[in-house]
Design a protein around this ligand. Structure first.
Ligand code: SF4
Length: 376
């Protein structure tokens, strides 16, 4: 039985219309910063700060899937929490469909939280263990003023939409479900508030590969059905390529590259992106490498390196890289529009000896680890 949520929904339709038109980005993030202070001493004074997100700007277009990748600790999840206002940002602007969030005549925090929902990696701890899943999904609409009957009807519809029969699963508790089923419940719960944007923070990372594929297909279907936009955060570069229209690469709290997914994967411009792509596991035994293309851990985010933050691990580092931070700018050598990278090599006239080259050469397979700095 196919359930038509729109016609059966007991909740008033949220005004998710394109107020700014299709060209208006759904979300504009400008100069976002989040530094976590470190306190010490008898007076518990702030003595340093972890620069988790440091001057990050990007747009999310309506209807797209924006993949966000980077090593652990690069600031992906903090960024997601800032977008949801689960954490307050220190500096920056957030514009929701043309309306600045928190401004007098702009979008309210309530508008933002209704427009954006999040699905977390840990499907079990995201659910209340004492609530049957139908009640978990109905909880949000109840808080928003729907009657018990209305909220349950909506929850039943949504459970069906994510592939769980409401009569069979609705009364079960989270511990009675598999990991994939729990994540389906979390997706239904997120959809219950009719968001326009879903942030999926490693939402499929903890699932078995076969279940992961099912949930990815489900996400693709739901995106069409509900006219959704996704921010898909993952460390799995294969999955990100499969699902994303554009990809944003983060390193040590900053964006180092952003652009169309095909262009990022086929024509990466930043040495960090190249190294990440080289790190992907391959099913082809001949394509496997012995030496890690990206060696060592990222530097301490309390005291990031001067200039380009990647310079301590980059094989192409030159004096200019240590002296000056490269801006995130259009890559002239790229054929795709909207491909930006923060690397002196991609900016003609930057002072880097390779800047005039069309694009830096791909990192050689099985070459020396990237910590070894080659001859200029
Ligand atoms: Fe490497 Fe310099 Fe580019 Fe940074 S700016 S990624 S150190 S070449």
């Amino acid at each position: 039985m196919t359930l038509e949520l729109a016609s059966r929904s007991p909740l008033p339709e949220f005004d998710g219309s394109d107020r700014g038109g299709p060209e208006q980005p759904l979300l504009i993030v400008e100069n976002f910063k989040k530094h976590f202070p470190i306190h010490s001493g008898v007076l518990n004074r702030a003595v340093a700060a972890v620069k988790a997100v440091d001057d990050v700007s990007f747009n999310v277009r309506k209807g797209e899937t924006l993949g966000v990748v980077g090593e652990s600790g690069c600031g992906k999840s903090t960024l997601a929490r800032l977008l949801m206002h689960l954490l307050p940002h220190d500096e920056g602007r957030l514009v929701l469909d043309g309306d600045e969030v928190g401004e007098r005549h702009g979008a309210s925090l309530q508008d933002l939280r209704r427009s954006i929902q999040m699905v977390f990696q840990d499907s079990a701890s995201s659910l209340n263990p004492r609530l049957p899943i139908l009640e978990s999904v109905a909880f949000g609409p109840r808080v928003r003023g729907a009657s018990k009957t209305e909220a349950r009807a909506l929850a039943g519809d949504l459970l069906e939409r994510v592939g769980l029969k409401a009569e069979r699963f609705g009364g079960r508790y989270p511990h009675e479900l598999s990991g994939g089923q729990k994540q389906r419940v979390n997706i239904a719960r997120a959809l219950a508030l009719r968001p326009r944007l879903l942030i999926l923070d490693e939402a499929v990372s903890a699932l078995d590969k076969s279940v992961e594929a099912q949930v990815l297909n489900l996400l693709a279907e739901l995106k069409e059905q509900f006219n959704l936009t996704y921010i898909f955060i993952s460390h799995d570069l294969h999955v990100v390529r499969f699902i994303s229209d554009r990809v944003l690469v983060m390193y040590l709290g900053q964006i180092v590259e952003i652009g169309p997914a095909d262009d990022i994967y086929d024509n990466p411009q930043h040495p960090y992106t190249m190294a990440l792509l080289e790190c992907r596991l391959s099913m082809d035994p001949d394509a496997r490498v012995d030496n890690a293309p990206l060696a060592g851990d990222p530097p301490n985010p309390i005291n990031p390196p001067s200039g380009c933050r990647f310079h301590t691990r980059c094989p192409y580092v030159e004096d200019i890289c240590m002296a000056k931070a490269p801006p995130l700018e259009n890559v002239l050598a790229s054929k795709a529009e909207g491909h930006l990278a923060a690397c002196h090599m991609t900016h003609p006239g930057s002072g880097h000896s390779r800047a005039s080259a069309a694009a830096p050469a791909a990192l050689a397979r099985a070459a020396t680890p990237i910590l070894t700095i080659p001859e200029a």
